[in-house]
Write a protein that binds this ligand. Structure first.
Ligand code: DLL
Length: 434
C-alpha cells in the first residue's frame, strides 16, 4: 500500500466531496468577509452576505479575484490572519509587474505537505526513496513545497535547488536519488548533459520525475523519460493558490486530479465568465477552501484548460484537469491569429527536432513576423546544406498548417539557445506592444 495515499478522501463519492466542499466554502467565505477588507467591500457592493453562501451551488454569487487585486494590495493586504500567525512567506516568480507575496500559517504548511505527499505517493514514491529536489529553494514555491511533501511522506529529500548542472549530475550519481523534481525544461537539459558527460542513466537508481511549473507536451514527456530513463509525472500549481500540489497525475497519466478537499476548480468562458462543459476549454479559476493566511476566492489564473468528471482508472474520484494549454496572457496575437507556444513545440517534437527552440515575434512596417529558431541536432548536422534547407521548408509548411499563419523556420547551432535552470523563456516579442 502506498504510504500517504488517502483513499478515504481521494476516492470519496462525488456527493461526499460536494458536502466537504460546501461546508468548507461556507467557513472560508465567513473567514475572508471578516478578515480581508477587499472581500468585504466587494461582497457588500453586490449585496452578498456570508449567510447567502450555503453550498458550492452558490459559488457563482461570489466575486472574482484577479492578479491585479493581489498587486493592488501588495504586500499584505489580502492576508486573513495577523502577521504573528504567519509561519512563512513565498512570492510569485512573475517577471513583469510587482511580485505577489503570499503567506502560510503552520496549519497551511501542514496541509500543503499533505497534498504534495499525496502527489508523490501517486507517482509511486515511497518512504524509502530519496527525492532530489532541483526546483529553486527560496521565495519560489517549488523547492520548499516539494520538500514539505517529502517530509510528510517520510522519504529523504535532497535539497539541491537549481543551478550548477555538473554538480546536479554528480549528486544524482553519487547520492543514488530515486526521484527528481524540477521544471521539465531543466529535466531535458539534465538528460542532454548526462549524455554529454557519458553517464548511462539506465544504470542510475533514478526511476521517477515530478515535473511542472511550466507548460510541457506529451512529446517532451517521452524525450525526458528516454533521456533520464524514468517515468515522468506532471504536477500543477501556482503561488497564489498554494504552490506545487494543487493538481497531480496518477499512474494513469491522463489528466491531473485536483485536490478538491482543499480547492474548487471552475472552468469559465473568459468572456462570459460562465462555466463551460466538461472537455471544453476555458479559463481555470480556483477557490481555496482551507487556507488560513492567504485564502483567495475565485482566483482567475489566466491558464487555459479543461476538466473531466469521467471515472479514472486509478479509482480516484477527484476531478481531473488537462495540462494547461497556454495562458490567456501568453497567447500571442500575430496578424490577428491566436498562437500558443505549445502548438509550436508540438510541431517541433512531432518532427523529431530539438526541444530547444525560441519564438521571435517582430514587426516589419505594419506586418507582424514570426520566426521559430530551433537548434540543429546531431542527426541533422551530418546532412548537407540543401537537406537543412529542405527541413526548414518542411518545418515552415507544418507550422503554417498548424498555426494558420506563415512562419519562418531557422536552424541555429546546437547549444546556442540559452538553457534555463528554472522556467524556460520561449518567446521574444520585439513588437513593443505595451
Ligand atoms: O510554478 C508552482 C509550481 C512549482 C508548480 C513546482 C509545479 C511545480 P508560479 O511560479 O506561481 O507557481 O507559476 C504558476 O505556472 O499559472 C501555470 O501557468 C504554470 N504551471 C504550473 N504548473 C504547470 C504545469 C508554480 N504542470 C503558473 N503545466 C501557472 C503547465 C504549469 N503550466
Amino acid at each position: 500500500m502506498e504510504y500517504c495515499y488517502q483513499p478515504e478522501i481521494e476516492k470519496a463519492s462525488r456527493e461526499e466531496i460536494k458536502n466537504i466542499q460546501s461546508e468548507r466554502l461556507v467557513n472560508i467565505v465567513k473567514h475572508v468577509y471578516e478578515n480581508v477588507p477587499l472581500y468585504r467591500e466587494r461582497m457588500d457592493n453586490i449585496g452578498i452576505k456570508p449567510e447567502d453562501i450555503k453550498s458550492v451551488d452558490d459559488l457563482n454569487k461570489l466575486p472574482f479575484t484577479s492578479k491585479q487585486d493581489l498587486r493592488d494590495t501588495y504586500p499584505y493586504g489580502m492576508f486573513a490572519v495577523p502577521m504573528e500567525n504567519v509561519a512563512r512567506l513565498h512570492a510569485s516568480s512573475g517577471t513583469t509587474g510587482k511580485q505577489i507575496v503570499v503567506g502560510y500559517t503552520q496549519k497551511d504548511l501542514d496541509n500543503w505537505g499533505d497534498i504534495v505527499a499525496r502527489q508523490l505517493a501517486a507517482a509511486g514514491i515511497e518512504k524509502s526513496d530519496k527525492v532530489h529536489v532541483a526546483y529553486g529553494y527560496g521565495l519560489f514555491t517549488g523547492g520548499l513545497g516539494i520538500a514539505e511533501g517529502a517530509r510528510r511522506l517520510g522519504c529523504t529529500s535532497i535539497p539541491v535547488s537549481s543551478g550548477n548542472t555538473a554538480r546536479q549530475l554528480t549528486i544524482l550519481e553519487d547520492f543514488g536519488s530515486d526521484a527528481i523534481a524540477c521544471t521539465p525544461s531543466y529535466a531535458m537539459y539534465l538528460g542532454e548533459s548526462a549524455e554529454k558527460a557519458g553517464i548511462d542513466t539506465k544504470k542510475l537508481p533514478l526511476r521517477v520525475g515530478i515535473f511542472g511549473a511550466e507548460p510541457w507536451t506529451e512529446e517532451m514527456r517521452r524525450e525526458i523519460e528516454k533521456s533520464l530513463s524514468i517515468k515522468a509525472y506532471d504536477i500543477y500549481g501556482l503561488t497564489e493558490i498554494m504552490g506545487p500540489g494543487v493538481a497531480y497525475e496518477c499512474s494513469e497519466q491522463n489528466g491531473m486530479h485536483v485536490n478538491e478537499d482543499h480547492f474548487i476548480i471552475e472552468i469559465l468562458d473568459p468572456e462570459t465568465h460562465l462555466p463551460v462543459k466538461d472537455g471544453e476549454k476555458g479559463e481555470i479559476v480556483f477557490t481555496c477552501l482551507t487556507k488560513e493566511a492567504f485564502p483567495v476566492i475565485r482566483f482567475r489564473t489566466k491558464d487555459i484548460g479543461t476538466i473531466t468528471h469521467e471515472k479514472c482508472g486509478c479509482g480516484r474520484t477527484f476531478v481531473r484537469m488537462s495540462k494547461p494549454m497556454g495562458r490567456i496572457d501568453d497567447m500571442l496575437i500575430i496578424r490577428g491569429v491566436n498562437v500558443f507556444p505549445s502548438q509550436i513545440e508540438t510541431v517541433l517534437l512531432q518532427m523529431n527536432l530539438s526541444p530547444n527552440y525560441q519564438i521571435i515575434v517582430d514587426r516589419k512596417g505594419v506586418l507582424d513576423t514570426l520566426e521559430v529558431q530551433v537548434e540543429i541536432t546531431e542527426g541533422i548536422f551530418s546532412d548537407t546544406i540543401s537537406d537543412i534547407s529542405r527541413l526548414e521548408h518542411e518545418l515552415a509548411d507544418r507550422l503554417k498548417s498548424t498555426l494558420g499563419i506563415a512562419a519562418k523556420a531557422t536552424f541555429v547551432a546546437a547549444g546556442s539557445i540559452a538553457r534555463s535552470e528554472g522556467k524556460a523563456k520561449r518567446v521574444i516579442d520585439r513588437r513593443n506592444l505595451d
